[in-house]
Design a protein around this ligand. Structure first.
Ligand SMILES: [Zn+2]
Ligand SMILES: [Zn+2]
Length: 250
């Protein structure tokens, strides 16, 4: 028996109506038909996206073995300086999740980012809540890349998390003020040099003593998230915790 106020129910129905317009009864990943009780993704795609079969490092979220010593991070991140404290992921950069992340990089990926953000939030809500954030900020794109892609996938994902966690989303509090080239072919040292100082917090951002949930699609070496966290900490944030769709490639 429903006890919701009719207005609340109407709001929810309208939101569901918009999603249904974007994905009228088909899975956001495989375009197969959805059963009436399924939302956004069919059951096999949903479990392929959300099944993470690995233990992960609480500091950098990479795969770890069963007996890994984790003081100061795992063997992959122990020697790296990070300006964020923790990182959690939905899964490894592999399989269907990897395929969907690649699709997000195209202008028509926005509707997919929206449903992925919702699935991520529903699936990981307890772990995300444990991070104790009080504001959500996506890793920003440079305006040139945002313009050519049409949207920032991390912002749409962050919106899904913020709405579910009932936290404020503040994409304008952090800005990427220098255009950087692709980092995929670079060594870790080159990546660090490439992103050094690319982020600035907006002067009017109220970051003092806040715990920021920084959201990105992928974390590889952690240099980009760390630089973003450095700018946020420099502007007064007390803690920065990171959530990414995927860690990798491993
Ligand atoms: Zn599917
Ligand atoms: Zn680690």
């Amino acid at each position: 028996m429903g006890t919701d106020h009719p207005i609340l129910r109407l709001g929810r129905d309208l939101a569901q109506g918009l999603i249904a317009l974007l994905y009228p009864g088909v899975c956001g990943a495989c375009s197969g038909p959805l059963a009436p009780e399924q939302r956004y993704f069919c059951a096999p795609c949903r479990s392929a996206i959300t099944a993470d079969h690995h233990d992960t490092c609480p500091r950098c979220s990479s795969n770890i073995g069963p007996f890994a010593a984790l003081e100061n991070g795992c063997p992959r991140c122990r020697d790296s300086v990070y300006h964020f404290e923790r990182c959690i992921r939905l899964g490894p950069y592999d399989g269907l999740l990897r395929e969907l992340i690649l699709r997000l990089k195209h202008a028509n990926g926005e509707a997919l980012a929206e449903v992925l953000g919702r699935l991520w939030a529903e699936h990981a809500a307890p772990r995300l809540q444990e991070l104790g954030a009080d504001v959500v900020i996506p890793v920003p794109l440079h305006w040139r890349r945002r313009w050519s892609r049409g949207y920032n996938q991390s912002e749409v994902l962050a919106d899904g998390l913020a709405a579910h966690l009932r936290l404020p989303l503040r994409p304008r509090w952090l800005r990427r003020h220098r255009f950087t080239t692709s980092q995929t072919e670079q060594t870790p040292a080159q990546r660090r040099e490439n992103v050094r100082g690319v982020f600035v917090a907006r002067p009017r951002a109220s970051l003092r003593d806040r715990t920021v949930l920084l959201v990105d699609d992928v974390l590889t070496t952690g240099t980009t998230a760390s630089e973003a966290a450095r700018a946020l900490r420099g502007a007064g944030a007390a803690h920065v915790v990171v959530a990414v769709l995927a860690h990798g490639p491993s």
